[in-house]
Design a binder for this molecule. Structure first.
Ligand SMILES: CC(=O)SCCNC(=O)CCNC(=O)[C@H](O)C(C)(C)COP(=O)(O)OP(=O)(O)OC[C@H]1O[C@@H](n2cnc3c(N)ncnc32)[C@H](O)[C@@H]1OP(=O)(O)O
Length: 397
């Protein structure tokens, strides 16, 4: 593999990278007329390519911010567009891309990286772990009744695509974020634009106006098949107040010619079923991994999140990013390197699974992912990393 070259791609090489990525997912290339909007989704200088005689592998990222427990934001690289030419897989091309990406992230002070994995076996070896979770659910639109004690204030307004692209970025930026959520950089909205404009079904955006402006929105499509009522598919749903939560659902339940509402990407701990007089109107169809998170700078990551318990000494193994390897003393006041004996030992991937609160350390210990030298430390770690709600990213990239 020594004759491989891995480097940042020039702007005029991005289309080939996009075509390669799509081919690796068995998806046709974008059409000429779609390339203009697709291209705008690429942040300059953030796409890597691996070459032998030709381009054989690619990965890209977008700079953003990650909300961590306690409310701080850390620099995030949102990684996507990973693909290797089918006749060049299993020769270390992805490994080379990951090494080059992490070197760049570390140099630029990125604290964490995140991605949506196409398969569960790929990214653990590079120190990524399941850091947020998501659930899919469906609601019986014709039978569901909202509880009478829900708030009723606020107004719904429909926006066309141009107005939505104009107003949603600012609206999203003003909403409170859960741990695991991220800022949405302009390049992300550019990438969304192509999907909105290329959709076969009309895409509808409804915003909820509260007393201080837009405090929630939903983006959806209605899919109708001959002989049956439609299915309303929610692509994006965010809100900042109970009024907006109830108001958006009141609106969705009122959309005509719809039998079922499907939400494919929601938070695990979002009490939608409690909006209805009969909670069984909502059926959870799937709970699965959302983002895989990689702590590029373990010390900075631990410092940034809330630490309401401790002291705790953990040892982190990180063969892929050795600067992270070693022992850390974590207390409510500080995070520092230490020579003290470790109470818990874990890989960087496992720490990433606990970091945002997706998995309790006791669960990680029970499944052998955390090696325990001091059994009393497991409860301390649960108090330290345990979350009030299951982290969720809520932005697909
Ligand atoms: C964030 C995103 O964009 S997710 C989309 C990822 N892309 C895809 O799924 C498209 C289709 N797949 C591909 O393009 C490629 O197979 C990739 C990118 C998944 C892997 O690329 P490769 O160059 O084959 O990976 P590489 O050779 O560096 O593999 C490193 C190790 O991971 C293993 N590995 C990599 N991919 C897989 C896989 N899909 N299944 C099982 N093992 C895998 C390799 O066997 C190797 O193991 P080893 O070190 O024990 O020998």
């Amino acid at each position: 593999m020594s004759d491989l070259v891995t480097r940042v791609l020039r702007d005029d090489e991005l289309r080939a990278a996009n075509t390669l990525f799509r081919a690796s997912l068995h998806v046709p290339p974008v059409k000429d007329e779609e390339w203009v909007t697709t291209h705008r989704g690429y942040q300059p200088e953030r796409t890597l390519g691996v070459f032998d005689e030709a381009l054989i592998g690619t990965a890209k990222s977008t700079d953003a911010l990650l909300r961590v427990p306690g409310g701080a934001d850390v620099p995030l690289a949102a990684v996507t567009g990973v693909g290797v030419r089918a006749d060049r897989t299993r020769r270390g091309v992805l490994t080379s891309l990951m090494r080059a990406q992490f070197a760049d992230f570390a140099e630029r002070g990125i604290v964490a990286a995140a991605l949506h994995a196409s398969e569960g076996v790929i990214y653990g070896r590079f120190g990524y772990g399941v850091g947020t979770l998501m659930r899919s659910y469906k609601v019986r639109r014709l039978a569901a009744r909202l509880r009478s004690d829900l708030p009723t204030s606020g107004e719904i307004e429909l926006l066309d695509i141009d107005a939505a692209l104009n107003r949603l970025p600012g609206s999203y930026a003003g909403l409170p974020l859960r741990p695991g959520m991220m800022s949405r950089p302009q390049h992300w909205w550019y990438a969304v634009e192509r999907g909105l404009r290329a959709s076969e079904e009309p895409v509808v955006t409804a915003v909820h106006h509260g007393p201080d402006g837009i405090d929630g929105f939903v983006v959806y499509r209605v899919v109708r098949t001959p002989g049956s009522d439609g299915t309303l598919k929610v692509d994006d749903l965010h809100y900042g107040t109970p009024e907006a939560f109830a108001g958006l659902w009141r609106f969705l339940l009122g959309v005509d010619l719809v039998d079922e509402i499907q939400v494919g990407y929601g938070p695990v701990t979002e009490p939608v079923e409690l909006l209805f007089t009969d909670p069984r109107m909502c059926t959870v169809t799937e709970v699965e991994d959302d983002t895989w998170v990689r702590l590029v700078d373990v010390e900075a990551a631990l410092l940034a999140r809330e630490r309401a318990a401790g002291p705790l000494v953990i040892e982190v193994d990180d063969p892929f990013l050795p600067h992270n390897a070693g022992r850390y003393l974590i207390t409510p006041d500080e995070v520092s390197r230490t020579e003290r004996d470790a109470q818990l030992r874990m890989g960087a991937d496992t720490l990433a699974m606990a970091y945002l609160g997706a998995w309790l350390p006791s669960s990680l210990a029970a499944t052998g992912r955390i090696r325990v030298s001091d059994p009393g430390a497991v409860a301390v770690a649960d108090d330290l990393f345990g979350a009030r709600s299951t982290p969720w990213c809520g932005t697909f990239f």
